[in-house]
Write a protein that binds this ligand. Structure first.
Ligand code: SAM
Length: 286
């Protein structure tokens, strides 16, 4: 592609290697992606056409979870692995309900961070930092975090579609955030799981091996354990808990009739069926 560099793309970017953030942007119909990303994303869609539905369903889950947190009186959001800004960003949803809500975006990917910076301008209620969530203390002690997020008041911490890009013990990442969250806070997680693994899922995993962030499927119970002793918010309707845990497919977490995703796809696609979500609340003394 050679000359495809865009004004929004940081100069240090490797345009030859597909990247999960930009592939996800492509799945969502965004324009912040390059030929290598589109090629890899098209290869994924060729073997698993419902991955684009899964991306949209995940994004819709994120919006519903943010609205749920707002209804619980939470007005601060820490969005970890926030991605390239798209329609219905956390601050858009939060400010619709509460103009004073605070949002901090964190992503390791330079395009996601550069585009978020450009979009946010000088709004003092919202900011973005480029950081690897594998270093929770760096994020929690970052001056921008400390300026924006008051950890004596409830906060929603979002790990939406990010932990499955991180190998190893992800509880070591989530634990310091759980510990830092005061009572009344919400932990929001969505994660691709091995619950419905098929040859299609294996092929998608193989394609993600080409990116700097290979896909790490985990068992549903392993994802549920990330909530530790937080109280799981019942998904609606509870009968859909096919995974044997309190988690449900992203499209089934308190579904909103206004969401466009056809829930019938859930059983048709191993990706939607195995892409699980949950929200847990931290109680007093936890
Ligand atoms: C599939 S996107 C999800 C974006 C958004 N959370 C959503 O659900 O719509 C995954 C994002 O996680 C980011 N990511 C992956 N590994 C990360 C890490 N170690 N630290 C911070 N961000 C990471 C990627 O750059 C990408 O933007």
């Amino acid at each position: 592609m050679g000359t495809e560099a865009m004004s929004w793309a940081p100069a240090e970017l490797d345009l030859t290697r597909p990247n999960a953030a930009r592939m996800y942007d492509y799945f969502l119909g965004g324009s912040h992606n390059f030929a290598a990303d589109r090629q890899a994303a098209d290869a994924v869609l060729a073997v698993a056409p419902h991955v684009a539905d899964a991306a949209r369903a995940n994004r819709a889950f994120l919006r519903r979870a943010v609205r749920y947190a707002l209804q619980q009186g939470i007005h601060q959001f820490l969005d970890l692995g926030s991605g390239i800004p798209t329609v219905g960003n956390v601050h858009d949803i939060a400010h619709h309900t509460n103009g004073g809500a605070r949002v901090l975006y964190v992503d390791v990917e330079p395009v996601a961070v550069a585009h978020a910076r450009a979009l946010l301008g000088n709004d003092p209620r919202v900011d973005v930092i480029q950081a690897d969530i594998c270093f929770p203390d760096f994020i929690l002690q970052n001056p921008t975090t400390q300026r924006l997020i008051d950890l004596t008041r409830p906060v929603a911490v979002l790990f939406v579609s990010v932990l499955h890009f991180i190998p190893g013990d992800v509880n070591a990442i989530v634990k310091p955030f759980r510990a830092a969250m005061p009572p009344g806070s919400a932990l929001v997680i969505s994660h691709a799981t091995s619950g419905t693994a098929t040859s299609q899922t294996d092929e998608v995993q193989r394609l993600y091996q080409r990116t700097p962030t290979p896909l790490q499927l985990r068992a549903p119970a392993e994802v549920e354990a990330l909530f530790d002793n937080f109280a799981m918010i019942p998904a609606n309707p509870p009968a859909l808990r096919a995974s044997g845990t309190a988690l449900v497919p992203v499209a089934q977490w308190r579904p909103d009739p206004e969401d466009q995703i056809e829930r019938g796809h859930t059983s048709a696609s191993p990706f939607l069926a195995g892409f699980l979500a949950g929200v847990g609340m931290k109680g007093a003394g936890r």
